[in-house]
Design a protein around this ligand. Structure first.
Ligand code: 13P
Length: 339
């Protein structure tokens, strides 16, 4: 008997735990590797993911790892397929199943995420490869006259169709409607757009009969844009994010796992910590960070075998700090504990 999806979802966001997003597509991981002057080849990508996944101690803080299509088919250095290796350590393997955000017709500067055609057989295959959960990312951009309701709706519809298929096929869907933090907008604008996006996403999920107690939500935090002159404090981010979510995210959703979306690793940890310090919400509030968990490890590694152990230390340290933020027990002086 396979585990109930709700139990799988709850295990991923068990106290102190969150998700490592290691599902960078080949162009995205190339960009990351370019930043440390490492050539992106199948072998270098495997070595790097191996370094992350085999880090001792991360199972205390990482309940799930999102993989990319190439990665779910790769193995550890001693030949254990990554999904089986992670599952052995009590870490749920997940898989990115969308095919990326593509220009939306008649909607300048807006995108719709593709990947629904043929999704059911792909989900079946990923399950056979060991995936326990999936991820689909929709991208909403704030700018002049955007986002339009049309853009939010087509993305919400696609997220709901994806989520419904996942549940039918026995995978926990991570539903990710990301409002980008690029631009100059204020935290108030981010609040309004995030609220509108989440409201329409949960409406589409309800219309399509998706049981929300079997999903995880992966949203942006409510933040000031990267180039907004007036940056909100972690306290303000925490208050506005929780206020927004209490309004539109059903209490039955087991967990909210934030993306980092371009925040520095310290900001992402500080903001999550501020929310968990506040408390007073029905969901687990956790992380599903890509850049904010990996940046120090990437920098320490630089593609060199000699640096692997330093890179693992940096990754474990970041995972531990985010684990502390899950409990609202992070403080800035904990940053210094790393080499
Ligand atoms: P970041 O945390 O780097 O935004 O990545 C998370 C992710 O999975 C985006 O889809």
């Amino acid at each position: 008997m396979t585990r109930k999806l709700e139990d799988v979802a709850r295990a991923i966001v068990a106290p102190g735990k969150g998700v490592l997003a290691a599902d960078e597509s080949s162009p995205t991981i190339k960009k990351r590797f370019d930043g440390i002057a490492v050539e992106s080849t199948e072998a270098s990508r495997r070595s790097y993911r191996d370094l992350l996944f085999t880090t001792e101690g991360i199972d205390e803080f990482v309940g799930g790892v999102i993989l990319f299509d190439e990665t779910i088919r790769q193995s550890t250095s001693d030949g254990t397929p990554f999904p089986a290796y992670l599952a052995q350590r009590g870490i749920a393997p997940g898989i990115k199943v969308d095919k990326g955000a593509k220009p939306l017709a008649f909607a300048p500067n807006e995108t719709v995420t593709e990947g629904l055609d043929g999704l059911r057989p792909r989900l079946k295959e990923y399950r056979e490869l060991g995936a326990a959960f999936a991820k689909w990312r929709a991208v909403i951009t704030i700018g002049d006259g955007i986002p339009t309701d049309n853009c939010i709706d087509v993305n919400a519809q696609a997220l709901a169709r994806y989520a419904a298929l996942c549940v039918e096929e026995g995978l926990v869907p991570i539903v990710e409607p990301e409002v980008l933090m690029n631009g100059t907008h204020t935290i108030e604008t981010c609040f309004d757009v995030t609220r509108r996006t989440l409201q329409r996403t949960f409406q589409a999920l309800a219309d399509q009969h998706v049981p929300v107690e079997q999903i995880l939500l992966k949203p942006n935090m409510v933040l000031s844009a990267l180039d907004c002159p007036e940056q909100a404090t972690p306290q303000q981010v925490a208050e506005q994010t929780i206020r927004c979510f209490l309004d539109v995210v059903p209490a039955e959703v087991p967990g909210v796992v934030f993306l980092s979306g371009g925040q520095s690793e310290q900001e992402a940890t500080r903001n999550l910590d501020a929310m968990n310090k506040l408390g007073g919400f029905p969901w687990e509030l956790s992380f599903s960070y890509g850049r904010a968990l990996q940046a120090p490890a990437l920098k320490a590694w630089r593609g060199k075998a000699d640096n692997v152990s330093k890179a693992k230390d940096a990754f474990l340290h970041r995972a531990r700090l985010n684990g502390a933020a899950r409990h609202g027990r992070y403080s800035a002086d904990m940053e210094a504990a790393v080499a």
